[in-house]
Design a protein around this ligand. Structure first.
Ligand code: CA
Ligand code: CA
Ligand code: ZN
Length: 319
């Protein structure tokens, strides 16, 4: 919903030279999220709350431990310039623009903050948009970061290579912050920060938001081959066509343990949801390359699920 794609191929568009900075691209073995808290004006992640940053970074390893794509660096300079545009995580009705943002190899930049989100929404996440000008090679890098399937005509795209985006948490929610998500304690009446972080990062990675997702939606269902295999048939979507339908079930990765999928529209207060087999299959279908081997923590999750508390109420959550 918050994805803004402002693609311009105006060659020679020049922006402030002051935005150009020296940088070094550090080669990484895997994709990494670079969380940016500079727009967290409410201090949801600073001061006495700074420990929450570690929890968010730990949640992101759900993805970084399995994604094997190589995302090209975005290095503006000379005739090549661009502007990243994404929603302000501390004021989600407005956008922030960052001129000539440097994006390192294999890095996804995420602007994080908290807002009083409308209604029962407790999290909001999605990929950002951009404007770009320069050589065709530079434009292609901003559009697809080396993912060839992201450079096809919009209605044919099979891959997604985002520079990053935004992630907002509801400022008025009673959150449960768990330093060890592999163990599930009772947190009656609270909403699970880990579960929401994982869900919203899923949107940022293109689930419900990328062209390569839209291109696999047909008749109100998702038809990606891996998802169909995981689900035993086309996966019915919600009305917005940006989540699995409410209550869609899957399994914990590498197990037969049932759990409601992470990418359905809501989270039950007092419960945790891990990213499931179906959720990962969706990532695979929209173009992410994933390791076949599930993370070892899976075994901890199985035991942990026995401690799940009773669901008290459902709160809607949207990207
Ligand atoms: Ca725990
Ligand atoms: Ca890819
Ligand atoms: Zn959502």
């Amino acid at each position: 919903m918050k994805s803004i794609r402002q693609l311009s191929r105006l060659s020679g568009l020049l922006l402030a030279a002051g935005a150009l900075q020296l940088t070094t691209s550090v080669a990484r073995a895997t994709v990494a999220f670079q969380f940016d808290y500079s727009f967290d004006t409410s201090g949801f992640f600073s001061g006495g709350n700074i420990g929450r940053r570690t929890l968010l970074e730990d949640a992101a390893t759900v993805f970084t431990s399995r994604i094997t794509d190589t995302l090209d660096a975005i290095t503006p300079g000379g005739v090549n310039s661009w502007t990243a545009v994404t929603f302000n995580p501390s004021d989600t009705g407005t956008n922030i623009s960052v001129s000539n943002l440097l994006v390192d190899l294999n890095t996804i930049i995420v602007y994080v903050g908290a807002s009083d989100l409308p209604g029962s929404t407790i999290g909001l996440g999605g990929p950002g948009g951009f404007s770009v000008g320069g050589t065709q090679g530079f434009v292609d890098t901003v559009v697809g970061r080396g993912q060839a399937g992201a450079l096809l005509a919009q209605a044919s795209r099979t891959d997604f290579g985002p520079w990053g985006g935004s992630l907002a948490f509801d400022s008025l929610t009673n959150w449960y912050f768990d330093s060890n998500p592999s163990t599930v304690e009772t947190f009656t009446g609270q909403n699970d920060f880990y579960s929401v972080a994982v869900h919203e990062l899923g949107h940022l990675l293109g689930l419900g938001t990328a062209d390569s997702w839209d291109n696999l939606v047909s008749g109100g269902a998702f038809t990606g081959v891996n998802s169909v295999l995981a689900n035993g048939g086309n996966v019915t979507l919600n009305a917005g066509l940006d989540h699995w339908a409410e209550g869609t079930m899957s399994t914990l990765v590498g197990t037969l343990t049932a759990q409601e999928a992470a990418m359905d529209p809501s989270l039950t207060t007092g419960s945790r949801k891990f990213f499931t087999t179906l959720d990962f299959a969706g990532l695979d279908d929209i173009g992410w390359s994933l390791t076949a081997i599930p993370e070892p923590a899976t075994f901890g999750w199985v035991a942990a699920l026995g401690a799940l508390g009773l669901a008290l109420s459902r709160r809607a959550r949207r990207r």
